[in-house]
Write a protein that binds this ligand. Structure first.
Ligand code: NDP
Length: 246
């Protein structure tokens, strides 16, 4: 049964975005799944989500492309009527030491992770202001706070998202729009599956809870931040990292 609310999730084809979509649908949100190219994956997810008797819109668009995003947001509002919650989740890595990093690899990561977050939020906020309510949840990363060798591009994008989150939270608080960032630690998805077993073991020794997180661990926090129970939380960065960063 629907709960009367809607959520738009970017990069919803797999990993954390997919899990957020399923978790939100389970508690009754109508869901808009943003995807770039993976039409089959997103159609399968749509079938899975419709089992929860909520609406599920498929909205294509590369978050790095402002015009595509503009259309994507319009499509969402046309199909679902409104956007109550926006989850900026789409993201990529292109790791390498700065000494060897091509300018293009720096710019690509900033363009998708940080400019992408701007593009989508910039197009959604006017609707939220009009309806005098909304939640924006940005997926940052603990490395946006701590830094990480080999990830100058990615860490800069995720630190940028934190500054963006806090500034926007101040701008729109009076409009009843709450803006927060979630900072996952190491979460088992395609993004981290490329790491070698020895790197993963080494990471686990640095995590007090001694395991990588699951996409569900992150989705649980997003679901909370979207809920009425989080009505007095804005401008925050909340880690989901098994205690890795304290
Ligand atoms: P995945 O690589 O598993 O999934 C990334 C998703 O983003 C895919 O759906 C991908 O779509 C989509 N995407 C990438 N670029 C674009 C784009 N230009 N436009 C639209 N969609 C795009 O990553 P995770 O699920 O692990 O990560 C999700 C978020 O969480 C990211 O922002 C990531 O930085 C962050 N995060 C992840 C951590 C982890 O340990 N896994 C830790 C901290 C933060 P497609 O299928 O088309 O490629």
């Amino acid at each position: 049964m629907g709960n009367g609310k809607t959520v738009l999730i970017t990069g919803a084809t797999r990993g954390i975005g997919k899990e957020i979509a399923i978790s939100m649908a389970k508690v009754g949100y109508d869901v808009a799944l943003n995807y770039r190219t993976k039409t089959d994956d997103v159609k399968n997810l749509q079938t899975e989500i419709e089992k929860f008797q909520v609406k599920c819109a498929l909205v294509q668009g590369d978050v790095a492309n402002f015009e595509e995003v503009e259309k994507m947001v319009k499509d969402t509002v046309e199909q679902l009527g409104k956007i109550d919650v926006l989850v900026n989740n789409a993201g990529i890595t292109k790791d390498g030491l700065l000494m060897r990093m091509a300018k293009d690899d720096f710019e690509k990561v900033i363009d998708i992770n940080l400019v992408g977050t701007f593009n989508v939020t910039r197009n959604v906020i006017p609707f939220m202001i009009k309806q005098k309510s909304g939640r924006v949840i940005n997926i940052s990363s603990v490395v946006g706070v701590t830094g990480n060798a080999g990830q100058t591009n990615y860490s800069a994008s995720k630190a940028g998202i934190i500054g963006f989150t806090k500034s926007l939270a101040r701008e729109v608080a009076s409009r009843n729009i709450l803006v927060n960032a979630v900072a996952p630690g190491f979460i088992a998805t395609d993004m981290t599956s490329v790491l070698s077993d020895s790197v993963k073991e080494n990471i686990n020794t640095q995590i007090p809870l001694k395991r990588m997180g699951t996409a569900q661990d992150v989705a649980n926090l997003v679901k909370f931040l979207a809920s009425e129970e989080a009505a007095y939380i804005t401008g925050q960065v909340i880690n989901v990292d098994g205690g890795m960063v304290m």
